[in-house]
Structures are given as structure tokens and as C-alpha cells.
Design a protein. Sequence first.
Length: 336
Amino acid sequence: MSERKTLRRACARRNLTYLQAGVNTGLADRLVDYIAGRAKGIGGFAGIFPLDLDGRGAYSLVACTDGVGTKLKIAFLLDRHKTVGIDLVAMCVNDLITCGAKPLLFLDYYATGKLDLRRSKRIMDGIIEGCRQGRSALLGGETAEMPGFYAKGEYDLAGFSVGIVERSKAVDGSKIFPGDLLLGLPSSGLHSNGFSLVRKVFSDAALRKRGRELIAPTRIYVSQISKLQQGLEAEGQIILGMAHITGGGIVENLPRILPAKTKAVLQSHAWEVPRIMRDIQKAGGVPEAEMWRTFNMGIGMIIVIRPNALETTRRILPEARLIGEITAGRKEVRIE
């Protein structure tokens, strides 16, 4: 079947949503709220644990965990496994650095029904490359072989990232005020979110045809953020807040760093939404609002800075796009 016919057939299923693809983000939010209510230290993109080894408490450990999700189904379909390890590290270290932390170490959990040495080596090569890009030592991990638990040829990946931050330099969004600027760092595509909806929209034939762009690994922003932190600090400036754009898109991730009574106003024309995302929207008849709640729409990391830091930021990170500003109002994101 041609891709054109596949798309035409998919278009008959209008107004597809993430919920119809089997992902209930509202229910997940309720679970997070429940956990946060029982464990008061949870919050933000990563957990912070104060260290008080010398009585001064100058540093905090930072930790987070994540997985690759149903993007792995694309890897199974294509029999391409080398880049999902990069995705795994990226999903963790990109969360870690949002509070200004320096990544230190990474651990992985790799589970499968029957160990395939050739495939496993490719997966681990990707994790090692991800750790190189994420400036993290691969300290250890767990390989679990569980016969009968996974379908033939399938596996799951999870990861754990640990870093450190000087408490006086931690980034938590509390210094964000109306008038501050929003800058976006481009994504490499879908990254590792929204694939349940992608697989609902496209047939296996279409997924194979688009394999290269679908399997493209999640961008790791560790080096860019480190360079920007150092450059701004040298000029007496700071990063005010950072949001890693993952599941929930910009509209659900950016508010996590906004103080009360501040609103993020984004100019959608300030950057180009990747074609693959518009193709998904067209093929599945996905509503515009649902696209913004599901995909990163071309922006993988958002940075908040003072207006007087714009010139320095652009010099250090020429790829950064000025995509909006902070205004007074209810804590939310408005897309214009």
C-alpha cells in the first residue's frame, strides 16, 4: 500500500488524541499529585537532596529517572537499536540539568525475555555514546533476562541520572518575573515522546518508510547549557529557569518552572515546526491543541533569561531562538 493511501485511510479517523492512542495524561497527573502529597521532597524535573557533609550544606545531589517509552516499538519494527541508548540518557540528563546541575553518573536497567548479544551490544553502545554526550560516567546497571515476560525480540530500557549542584547556583524559576525572555533550543524531531499516537496514526509500512526521522535520537543539551551557564556567569548574569520539553509538550512542561502570577506567551511563528509533526497532525486529523500537548513541536529545551542577557546568550548559543516572553497573569502557557 502506498504511503498516500495509508495517509488517506488514517485521515478517515479524524480528531485523534493521545487518550485515544491509549495514553491518559490526566490520570498520570493525578498519580503524580498523589505521590507528591505523600513524599514532600518530590517536585520539578529532578529531585534535589541537600548534602551537609561539612556542616555548610553548600551542595545538593540531584537525581532523576526515565525511560525510552514506546519509541522502542519503532526500534523493534526497524531492527535498529543503536540510538535508543542515546534516547535513554537524554531523557534523564536533560531533566537533570534544568536545575543547573552538573551530571556525574548514569545507571541503566535493560530487561528482555531472551538475551540477544548482538542487539544488546548495540543498545549498550548507544548508552555509552549518550553518556559521552551527557558528560556522565556509566557507573553500573542491571541486565534482566525474564523468559515469558516480554514478547519475542522486545525489551525495555530505563535509566537513572545523578548530578550535583551548588545550592547558591541552583536554578528553580523563583527569580522569573514579567518581562523576562523565553529562548528555545531546537529539537532533533520527535525525541522520545508521543509515539503511541504516532503508531496510531501511521501503518507499519509508513513507519518503516519514515524510519530514519522517527528513530532519530533525542538531543542532549548538556554541553550547550554548561557553556551558557559559564558564559553568563562570567558577565554577572544567570539562567532564571529551564524546562525540558517532553511528554505534555510546551504547554504542560513550561508551567512547571513558572512562579505564581506569571504567564508564558509564545510566538509560534518564531520557529519552524518540523514537517514530521505536521504530517502526523494531517494524517490523524489531530487537533492543534492536542499537538501542543503531545509533542515538543520543534523545541526541546526552553531557557528563561533577563532581557539584558539576550546578546550574550545569542553569542554563546547562536541556534537559540527568541520564542516569547513572561507576562503577568495566571500560571499557564499561551501560544500565539
